[in-house]
Design a protein around this ligand. Structure first.
Ligand SMILES: [Zn+2]
Length: 139
């Protein structure tokens, strides 16, 4: 097993050309900016997981994806679209989920759930600044 280089790209430059992977790369950078800690057992060592940018605890073998416990956790739409949707909500917090549903051609329920999550994220200063950075960095 190869261990991942833990050094953080200070200005979080995206090196991935695939936009989906670029978003995962940034999410992983933000999420583990202070190092990896396994949510299950607290172990701090990891190896590369099966999915791109996921990390796997070397003790209990639990894998955590780059999106887990972020605003994009179990997101049903492609990340590139999810980021655009997030950007729309950031700009127009009063937009209805029906309107989002119409623009993005997604189910209203999916949009409503995701919008709710983005609004929660925006109410937390730290999370909001990360989300805004992500939106700008992946544009
Ligand atoms: Zn573990």
């Amino acid at each position: 097993m190869t261990s991942v280089n833990t050094s953080i790209n200070s200005d979080c430059k995206v090196t991935e050309e695939d936009p989906e992977l670029a978003i995962l790369q940034l999410l992983a950078e933000y999420k583990w900016a202070n190092g990896f800690v396994c949510r299950k057992c607290g172990h701090e060592h990891f190896c590369v997981g099966k999915k791109p940018y996921s990390r796997r605890c070397t003790r209990c073998k639990t894998e955590e994806s780059a999106t887990a416990h972020t605003v994009f956790h179990r997101c049903r739409i492609p990340l590139t679209e999810a980021v655009k949707l997030a950007e729309t909500v950031c700009k127009q917090p009063d937009i209805s989920s029906y309107e989002i549903s119409r623009i993005f051609e997604k189910r209203q329920m999916t949009c409503w759930k995701f919008k709710t999550r983005i609004m929660e994220c925006l109410s937390d200063e730290h999370k909001a600044s990360l989300l805004k950075h992500l939106i700008l960095a992946t544009r």
